[in-house]
Design a protein around this ligand. Sequence first.
Ligand SMILES: Nc1nc2c(c(=O)[nH]1)N[C@H]1C(S)=C(S)[C@@H](COP(=O)(O)OP(=O)(O)OC[C@H]3O[C@@H](n4cnc5c(=O)[nH]c(N)nc54)[C@H](O)[C@@H]3O)O[C@H]1N2
Ligand SMILES: Nc1nc2c(c(=O)[nH]1)N[C@H]1C(S)=C(S)[C@@H](COP(=O)(O)OP(=O)(O)OC[C@H]3O[C@@H](n4cnc5c(=O)[nH]c(N)nc54)[C@H](O)[C@@H]3O)O[C@H]1N2
Ligand code: SF4
Ligand SMILES: [Mo]
Length: 767
Amino acid sequence: MSHAQPEAWKKTACILCSLNCGLEVQTGGEDGRQILKIRGDDDHPGSQGYVCEKSQRMNYYQNGADRLTSPMRRRPDGSYEAIPWDTAIREIAAKFKQIKSQYGGESILYYGGGGQGNHLGGAYADCLLKAVGNKYRSNALAQEKTGEFWVGGKMFGSGNHGDFEHAEVSVFVGKNPWQSHGFARTRVLLREIENDPKRKMIVLDPRRSETARMADYHLAVKPGTDAWCLAAMAGVMVQEGLVKRDWVAAHTSGFEQIEPVLKAIPVADYAKVCGVDESLIREAARCIAAAESVSVFEDLGVQMNVHSTLVSYLQRLLWVLTGNYGRRGTANAFVPFLSLSKASKGDSNTSSKTPVKRVERRSPVTNSKIIIGLIPCNVIPEEILTDHPKRFRAMLVQSGNPVHSLADSQRMREAFRALELSVVVDVAMTETARQADYVLPASSQFEKAEATFFNLEFPRNVFQVRQPLFNPLPGTLSEAEIYARLLEAMGEIGEMDYLPLRLALKLGRQAFTAAFFAAVAIKPKLMNYAPILIYRTLGQTLPQGMEQASVTWALSLLFVQGNRQSSARAGFGGLLPLAGNRLFDAILNTPSGVVFAETNHEESWKAIGYPGHRINLHIPELLPELAKLASEGLPRDTDYPFILAAGERRSDTSNTTVRNTGWHRKGRYGTLRMNPSDAEALGCKDGEQVMLSTRRGSVVVPVEISEMLPRGSLSLPNGQGLDYVDADGKTVRMGVAPNELTDCTRRDFLAGTPWHKYVAARVERVA
Ligand SMILES: Nc1nc2c(c(=O)[nH]1)N[C@H]1C(S)=C(S)[C@@H](COP(=O)(O)OP(=O)(O)OC[C@H]3O[C@@H](n4cnc5c(=O)[nH]c(N)nc54)[C@H](O)[C@@H]3O)O[C@H]1N2
Ligand SMILES: Nc1nc2c(c(=O)[nH]1)N[C@H]1C(S)=C(S)[C@@H](COP(=O)(O)OP(=O)(O)OC[C@H]3O[C@@H](n4cnc5c(=O)[nH]c(N)nc54)[C@H](O)[C@@H]3O)O[C@H]1N2
Ligand code: SF4
Ligand SMILES: [Mo]
């Protein structure tokens, strides 16, 4: 057989982390379906040619083991049978209708909506959710970022992001950007900071991570003690007179209430609790106070830990008390294309002048706080495994793997099996799919138009719709097509609705725009199904494979309408809806990504949703938590003396997006990292298998002796322990699934986020 020549370079993006760096790839191979060569795309306005080594492994996702090629239905014995699409659509539509009429739409929980590279499908899933009357949803953000969003909402009422490109001092709190990234061109910027004597880096991490090694100040806190360390630093700010009082008086409110609290913090005592020298804490606080500009990034080391919501508050106090907002090198409000949280909104000319007020919502069974519309992931099993009349009876999961990724996999499996209906839409037969009643195979992210709403750039923000590289794998459908078919089968939408819009399209985009608004005016229910209405009409006129991008037409119109100034600066000004249509055309015709918004520092101030655009410093809900630090220590478990961080980002992890272990060729896979002295005390050697146990479970795992870890701490990678059936029909499993060891009841008092970085554990040698 002859080998086809590689084709020309095509533009796409990396789907392995939220940066979505622009890529150029060559495809080909024997079947024409392989990604052969990959390089950074210099034309991408955000990443500008930057990539990390993980991008090279994209073919392991595209041609991954366990790709699904047919809808699957679970048999009573737990095995699966392939069924035709028509059957799957008919049965699932009927079952959702039945659940809705029997228990109401509020009994249906939606989980997911997108991963690190794909958010367009979620817009179409929303249509089904509206049709079934869904009220509750959750996704991975509700096991990491909800506490942070809640605090950000209380203080700013809008989203903001640090400017690490220009910051004199960069602070990373429980974040290892060298491995996990999180801002454009991460490693390039980290190297620049390291090599510039005028710029400083402060890292809070118990571990000597790759980033901590580059830092000027590594505050090696004991695991779980960041709240004490940050409280001490905030205490130093007030006690040493480092607060920028004029700035605070001009731009914030609530300082009077928190000043006495911070003044009373026993800095020396708290330094002892967190195990960092008092002098180092003071120096780091002074370094922040003296800097021209400071940017801070908090992440999972603290967000998945005890006191996580309090920590989100304390770290913000440090930079706000020292005047680091709304300037170059500090935090600024970006203008999102579509907000992932309700905390960020449109640009200043449309933002409300009144305080942000929202009705507080709670989950039906555990009465947990719903933040940014999401119920905490950790309470999902408790919302199902109960005889409470309002328990969830059904779940739709799209592009998420909660059985693997949420705390306590055992309870998650049990919860899935207790549901009356569970449907998973995924590309692979995942751990979650293997608990579901129906599994629907989606085309991969390189077989359809895709995009993400991780657009956090300032001042110029970028949105990229990736054009497909391949035709869909036979048997798979895009999410747009799946949900359109489900809604049609439910009788919610159909040809009669599409016809007038199709006719209008013949006259052009303007006529289509008018016909669309007329259609939803006459039949308001259609607004709920707008993405599908657009997909079935405008979508069919787009180039082959781009149909799923049609929803960005509506998003473009809405964006330009809600953000006149920032879109005009990016070149999309002028009459509505013409300007929105121009943005849509630019998105379709610029495969490297479009700058859709340009904002400025002044607008960061206008984005603050509180009276006088003042940052609020006083969060009454958190002051009792802060006070508790004086008397309450950390939970310890004498039978489980180690603290395990369950889920470290390494070069060979990307959540569960890549299931093949083949993508990791060098070094070792899935090791438990441990300090040399601990290993010696246990008498275990590097590479030896040990039994790692927690109150929830035990696993056998190879040890990697590592100076990175302090004594008493252990670290396991995230996203591993997947198993899949390989080409030879063999089940392959490598690494350890961290959530076989975690406990969903260990969670933050306010946001319900898990304590994955603080899991009590024990290690024993195995014979
Ligand atoms: N390579 C790779 N990159 C990724 C991902 C991936 O799977 N693989 N996933 C992406 C996703 S979804 C996310 S959310 C981000 C997460 O990105 P990060 O939060 O940066 O990743 P982690 O390695 O989970 O945790 C960061 C650090 O927290 C530290 N830590 C542990 N305990 C404590 C503690 O008590 N206090 C403090 N201060 N630190 C502690 C760990 O030692 C670790 O260095 O990464 C993204 N990027
Ligand atoms: N113990 C512990 N647990 C953790 C973490 C930790 O540090 N420790 N990290 C947590 C974090 S921060 C996160 S963000 C979560 C991530 O966990 P999840 O939100 O569950 O995300 P992924 O594991 O990336 O799952 C994405 C799914 O989308 C599927 N997929 C890929 N492409 C497509 C597509 O085009 N269409 C559809 N429909 N599906 C597709 C993939 O096959 C995969 O099953 O994990 C969390 N779990
Ligand atoms: S994994 Fe690396 S190349 Fe891929 S988006 Fe993230 S930083 Fe960019
Ligand atoms: Mo995440």
